[in-house]
Design a protein around this ligand. Structure first.
Ligand SMILES: Nc1nc2c(ncn2[C@@H]2O[C@H](COP(=O)(O)OP(=O)(O)OP(=O)(O)O)[C@@H](O)[C@H]2O)c(=O)[nH]1
Ligand SMILES: [Mg+2]
Length: 733
């Protein structure tokens, strides 16, 4: 125990801090992903006493009110720069956002708290999502207490932003920013940039059209970290007979807090009176549920921020009121510095301002110092207007700077209101283009032309379609293919000059050096990307496309499930999952069985699409930390047994004939065990010789030969076999 200085206990079900006093030299404990709900001062003191290196950090932690530490705790020490990492804990004090910024930000928060006091933000953003015509705008009107209308609501273009003042039961004034999104499909591409995890969501589905709510629920799960959601089945007065299984939806999407069947607009006159009352009551119940969500939101109920946060926020709001649509990061920085706010705080507050909607978006990569902070309406109106303008479609998505001027200025009576409000000058174009590029909504290959994939022609008959000699791969998204993936992939490959032709649902990719071309097609309905590659070096070009898709996928939450399907040669329409193949490979299994019961070499199937090195790389990547932690923890538990086996095998070795193949395997196994004796972790995917000899022995191979050689061999072997079986079980081999 004296020698132990690190303990990894992540991914267990530990509920409280264990007494670590028995390890006098402990310097590093990893308790992430456990179920620790709180840490008491006494517990901290206990650890503090023993963990000399960490004492400084722990003393600070004692100063912070650790009673608020809930659920997960991760403590560790890096090169004597001791600190405690509490990220991903649902902390209330300091607020989670501050904790995520790290120790410095937390300490500053506590310092400010003592000096200037803290109070809740009392500002929350509510977003309405749903297909076009579902009734989002009508629902929002009801939330605002406006009278229901019938049939006169215009389709929303872009985002409709309405402030709403709510008085909580405890008499607090809360500012709620209602964001009503246009539901037309083309607009979905941009929505995701405004979704955030700390908002409240209202999903409106049209019960008359049998809208599928799962699309939007996946959207929220993937892009807003499963934020609290209220689900509304609207147009109940016109509903068809089919019923949604609400219990099932709530089970699959536990973040749905409530669900109501409502009529947001004035119902059809022939609706029975009692039904009318019922739906009216549901609208009222929905409004109450929404208020409850607002009142219990961390920005209102639990988290508190220092006074200076509000001073900076007011400064930003005043700039907006002056009519500024964007400010430079430099201006923001100066405003903060003059109020004694350092960079760490600036960044964490910016993040919060973004969540509540005071600042919409931060453009990361403007070369000028202008990292812009923008007024949401000004920006989205411009972006949506460019995307939705009939001229954009007429030009098939290829727009010049002059067109842009026309798109944003041209007298167009139905947009009268919009033009009254915002003006776009030539000098704004650069920022607007930069934003669209960052959203991957457009690509520019020179400074004069914009290419907008969402306005490309819908279909194109590619000559590659006819060819059957290619190498195929299907990328399949289990539940949800985020619409922006398509645009992003097109824009990404365009910027690499790899696209010969592209349309809204596909593209032809060419690599001249490789003398290879590919057809990439998207099927939103099937949630698939189909890739066919032809030419001299198909694997290389395939690798490029796969790599881009994976990079894009990485920008979404881990809940977005994707798999690649590898074709099985000579079997029409049969595919092997790439994940399955990797899994077989990691377990040393050689064959994959298809639906007809025929075996195919795992190696060959994989080699069709990538090199063996790439497969090895994927294997090492595909095990998440979680698995590694679990595995290394289990490994550390079975180390004594492995050592006993190693000794046992060494003893057996002299009794074996030198010409026996089995002896070679045994030597190899001993060598392996020597190697891992002192190593802290065990590679997961290796083909272990120790497995080979024990599993082989069980199959009866060599047994007779060996046992006749050495009379007490059998007895010793049975003992070792028992040890091995225990390890096998523990390591899940
Ligand atoms: N009969 C009936 N009509 C409704 C109901 N709710 C909304 N409507 C009507 O349906 C139409 C569309 O409603 P909106 O609120 O504009 O729908 P939206 O979801 O905002 O649509 P987009 O802005 O295009 O995404 C309007 O004419 C509404 O008056 C309802 O419960 N019953
Ligand atoms: Mg609308």
């Amino acid at each position: 125990l004296k020698n132990i200085n690190q303990i990894h206990l992540s991914h267990n079900f530990i509920e409280s801090i264990i007494n670590f006093n028995i390890f006098p030299n402990l310097s590093n404990i990893n308790l992430s992903f456990n179920c620790i709900k709180s840490i008491t001062i006494e517990e901290i003191n206990k650890i503090n006493y023993k963990l000399k290196v960490n004492s400084e950090a722990f003393n600070k932690i004692k100063y912070i009110n650790v009673d608020y530490l809930i659920y997960l705790i991760k403590i560790f020490d890096k090169n004597h720069d001791s600190y405690i990492d509490l990220a991903n804990n649902p902390l209330q004090s300091p607020p989670t956002h501050i904790v995520q910024q790290g120790r410095e930000a937390m300490l500053q928060w506590w310092e400010r708290k003592g000096r200037e006091g803290v109070k809740p933000l009392n500002e929350v953003r509510v977003l309405f999502l749903g297909w076009g015509n579902a009734g989002k705008t009508s629902v929002m009107r009801r939330v605002l207490g406006q009278e229901p209308t019938q049939g006169d609501e215009d389709s929303t273009h872009g985002i409709n932003l309405v402030p709403w003042q709510v008085k909580t039961q405890s008499e607090q004034n809360v500012k709620v920013n209602l964001w009503d999104f246009g539901g037309q499909e083309i607009q979905h591409h941009t929505h995701q940039f405004f979704l955030a995890e700390d908002c409240i969501y209202v999903v409106v589905v049209n019960n008359r059209e049998n809208d599928e709510p799962r699309y939007w629920l996946e959207y929220i799960r993937t892009m807003a970290n499963a934020a609290p959601t209220i689900l509304l089945f609207n147009k109940a007065d016109q509903a068809r007979n089919t019923q949604h299984n609400v219990a099932e939806l709530m089970r699959d999407y536990p973040f749905i807090k409530h669900s109501f069947e409502i009529v947001a607009a004035r119902p059809k006159s022939d609706l029975r009176a009692e039904k009318q009352v019922y739906y009216q009551e549901n609208v009222a119940a929905f409004c109450t549920a929404l208020r409850t969500q607002i009142e219990t939101h961390p920005f209102v109920a639990t988290e508190k921020y220092p006074t200076t946060t509000f001073i900076v926020k007011e400064w930003v709001e005043a700039e907006t009121q002056l009519g500024k649509n964007h400010i430079s990061k430099k201006a923001f920085r100066m405003a903060c510095e003059s109020r004694g706010v350092n960079e760490i705080e600036q960044n964490s507050w910016l993040d919060i301002f973004k969540k509540i909607g005071v600042i919409t978006y931060i453009v990361q990569n403007l070369h000028l110092d202008k990292l812009l902070i923008l007024n949401p309406e000004w920006m989205t109106f411009a972006v949506y207007r460019i995307l939705l303008h009939p001229k954009t479609k007429a030009l098939q998505g290829i727009i010049s700077k002059n067109d842009l001027r026309e798109l944003l200025y041209q007298d167009d009576t139905d947009q009268e209101a919009f033009r009254k409000k915002y003006r776009y000058e030539d000098e704004d174009f650069g920022s607007i283009i930069e934003i669209m590029k960052e959203y991957k909504l457009c690509y520019t290959h020179d400074t004069h032309t914009l290419m907008i994939p969402s306005a490309f022609p819908n279909n194109y008959n590619s000559p590659l379609e006819e060819r059957t000699d290619g190498l195929n791969l299907k990328v399949s998204f289990k539940k949800f293919l985020p619409p922006s993936i398509v645009n992003t992939l097109i824009v990404e490959l365009m910027s690499q000059q790899k696209i010969r032709k592209s349309w809204a649902s596909g593209m032809e990719v060419v690599d001249k050096e490789l003398q290879t071309e590919a057809l990439v097609k998207f099927s939103n309905f099937e949630r698939e990307i189909i890739i066919k590659v032809f030419g001299e070096h198909p694997r290389e070009l395939l690798t490029l496309v796969r790599h881009e898709i994976k990079n894009i996928k990485r920008t979404f939450s881990d809940t977005l499930e994707m798999d690649e399907l590898v074709p099985i040669p000579n079997k029409k329409a049969q595919w092997a999952s790439y994940k399955t193949l990797l899994n077989l490979e990691s377990k040393g299994k050689q064959y994959f069985q298809d639906l007809d019961g025929d075996d195919h070499s795992v190696k060959l199937l994989l080699e069709n699409i990538e090199t063996p090195q790439q497969t090895q790389h994927s294997l090492s990547q595909s095990f998440t930390h979680r698995h590694e932690f679990r595995f290394s923890f289990r490994f550390s538990q079975v180390q004594p047994q492995l050592e006993a086996i190693r000794k046992g095998l060494e003893e057996l070795l002299p009794q074996l004939k030198t010409d026996l193949q089995w002896r070679t395997d045994l030597l190899e196994a001993i060598h392996e065990l020597n190697e891992i004796r002192d190593s802290p972790t065990l590679p997961i995917h290796k083909n272990w010789s120790i497995r080979k000899i024990f599993d082989g022995m069980k199959d009866g191979k060599d047994v007779v030969d060996i046992i006749t050689l050495a009379p007490d061999f059998a007895e010793k072997w049975i003992k070792l076999q028992a040890l091995y079986d225990g390890i096998k079980h523990a390591l899940d081999w």
